[in-house]
Write a protein that binds this ligand. Structure first.
Ligand code: ZN
Length: 221
């Protein structure tokens, strides 16, 4: 079996990743830009570890989509397992943070949603989770006070603080742990702020989460 891994600054051993739990609809302005309803409770979906790709590598949009979209999100990685955890148990269990893109095939997702079908192939395909190196949690002073910014071909897309999350990190992780055991090396994506937009072949991407990292990438031609 192939093991998919991420790296952490200052650690020589790569970290094996089990699953990637993603939070949907966690910023009010983003819910509004997609004309969605606010969730009554945290809303989760999962990407397989095979969806990961290095953030610096060009993003590959599968040929079955003509309308891909970027969502730039703060990612965290578990350093301790949690199951049915309380909110107080969450921060001590987080090992680090990274910059991740939740690449979404909007046309494919819309089509499947309309039919009431599962939409994994719109968000879980190979390359659907470009992710940076992690920084240790100790390097981030307050993960709930970080600017998330993204520019595409010099044009501003995301530019908001993690302060604006509806469900904060302890709530997200505690809620996810009610359903899924979070194992060491599992990753959680905390939702996208407003400013999502299309990804077109040849686009140049500049992405930054304060204290976590600044990265450049592109969309493959
Ligand atoms: Zn997302």
């Amino acid at each position: 079996m192939t093991v998919h891994t991420v790296t952490m600054k200052g650690r020589s051993e790569p970290i094996p990743v089990g699953k990637i739990i993603c939070m949907g609809r966690n910023y009010v302005a983003h819910i509004e830009e997609l004309n969605n309803e606010p969730p009554g409770a945290p809303m989760f979906f999962i990407k397989p570890a095979t969806a990961m790709a290095p953030l610096e590598e060009p993003i590959r949009i599968p040929s079955y989509s003509k309308k891909a979209r970027h969502e730039l999100e703060l990612a965290l990685i578990m350093g301790k397992p949690l199951f049915q955890a309380s909110e107080e148990e969450v921060y001590p269990a987080i090992a680090g943070y990274a910059v991740a893109v939740d690449v979404t095939l909007q046309d494919v997702q819309d089509r499947l949603k309309e039919k009431g079908h599962p939409w994994e192939i719109a968000k879980g395909f190979n390359g659907a989770c470009p992710i940076s190196e992690f920084v240790p949690a100790s390097a981030v002073s307050d993960p709930q006070d970080l600017m998330i910014t993204m520019r595409v071909n010099g044009e501003q897309r995301h530019n908001d603080s993690t302060k604006l999350m509806i469900y904060k990190i302890p709530q997200i992780v505690a809620a996810a742990s009610q359903y899924f055991t979070l194992e060491i090396g599992d990753i959680v994506l905390t939702g996208t702020p407003a400013g999502v937009g299309p990804l077109e072949p040849g686009d140049k991407l500049e992405m930054e989460i304060a204290q976590v990292g600044a990265y450049n990438s592109s969309v493959a031609e």
